[in-house]
Design a protein around this ligand. Structure first.
Ligand SMILES: *[C@@H]1O[C@H](CO)[C@@H](O)[C@H](O)[C@H]1NC(C)=O
Ligand SMILES: *[C@@H]1O[C@H](CO)[C@@H](O)[C@H](O)[C@H]1NC(C)=O
Ligand SMILES: *[C@@H]1O[C@H](CO)[C@@H](O)[C@H](O)[C@H]1NC(C)=O
Ligand SMILES: *[C@@H]1O[C@H](CO)[C@@H](O)[C@H](O)[C@H]1NC(C)=O
Ligand SMILES: *[C@@H]1O[C@H](CO)[C@@H](O)[C@H](O)[C@H]1NC(C)=O
Length: 243
């Protein structure tokens, strides 16, 4: 059977198989037809049990916070005594975090937990076997495997891996950006204030110097060359009646 990329059986394949079944039935070969049906069901349920941690396979959390490690299962042939566990890959050795058996659909499991900061938050009603990890530390970083096995399908193993990344509160991007912006603004304001103070001082000194200059010019004959055209012309006008 054709399977499209998302794993669903295409319409065409379905139509083909139906017409095939029809031909089988017409030929009166009932045994043949039932074999085909069994085969079809077998193909459709090749992935009898599927375990998934969702579309995103990792999460980044701050140390000290709590994080949901998501996992769900689905089965088209139904479950019976489904065994599941969560394992943490501690530098190569798989450490079991919790485990349980779900007797049948809708019956909540009695979960054995081997980690003091883990809480089971799943529900059989939603085929949800997620756990919650409290007060995350940097040592918690790594790969968490959600494992399940359905005895109905010859104990085939299924699992999915979820990766936990722990970041420091202080290294948060927003924080860094805020600090940078605040220090830049602070620096600019400081610089502006310093420039204004320097300007005021310089203007004050210049004014003082100008006043002194004027006094000098008035008392002198006025042919003194000053750096200021205004005071120079003033000096000239003042000096001219004298001449
Ligand atoms: C996170 O780690 C930093 C140091 O790495 C520490 O100062 C801070 O208290 C921790 N936060 C929490 C909530 O544990
Ligand atoms: C992981 O194991 C390797 C060797 O098996 C060792 O060199 C390394 O230090 C270990 N790392 C940690 C974080 O324990
Ligand atoms: C998480 O930390 C808080 C405060 O440090 C503490 O009160 C709480 O009991 C901790 N929870 C677990 C499950 O360890
Ligand atoms: C599984 O259960 C947890 C806790 O109730 C919830 O936060 C999460 O969204 C559930 N996941 C799915 C895929 O339903
Ligand atoms: C399934 O995993 C268990 C370990 O959890 C292993 O002993 C068993 O051989 C595996 N079965 C198959 C069919 O891979």
């Amino acid at each position: 059977l054709d399977k499209s990329s998302d794993g669903t059986v295409t319409m065409e394949a379905q139509r083909n198989s139906r017409s095939f079944l029809h031909r089988c039935a017409r030929s009166g070969d009932a045994v043949h037809a039932s074999v085909v049906i069994t085969l079809l069901v077998g193909v459709w349920c090749a992935q009898a049990l599927e375990v998934s941690v969702g579309k995103v396979h990792f999460v980044e959390v701050m140390n000290g916070s709590s994080v949901l490690l998501p996992c769900t299962y689905s089965s088209c042939i139904g479950i019976k005594n489904l065994y599941f566990n969560w394992q943490y890959n501690d530098n190569g050795t798989m450490v079991k975090i919790c485990e349980a058996v779900i007797p049948t659909e809708l019956v909540e499991p009695n979960v054995k937990i081997y980690h003091e900061r883990v809480e089971f938050v799943g529900s059989s009603k939603e085929s949800n076997i997620s756990i919650l990890l409290w007060n995350v530390t940097f040592e918690d970083e790594g790969e968490y495997t959600c494992f399940a096995r359905n005895p109905k399908e010859k104990d085939r193993n299924h699992s999915a891996i979820f990766t936990l990344i722990v970041v420091d509160q202080l290294r948060e991007v927003d924080n860094t950006l805020t600090i940078i912006i605040v220090s830049v603004i602070g620096g600019v304001i400081g610089l502006v204030i310093i420039i204004m103070v320097i300007k005021a001082v310089v203007v004050h000194i210049l004014n003082k110097a100008q006043e002194k200059n004027k006094e000098c010019l008035v008392s002198s004959s006025g042919n003194d060359n000053t750096e200021n055209g205004l005071s120079g012309s003033k000096a000239e006008t003042k000096a001219s009646p004298k001449a």
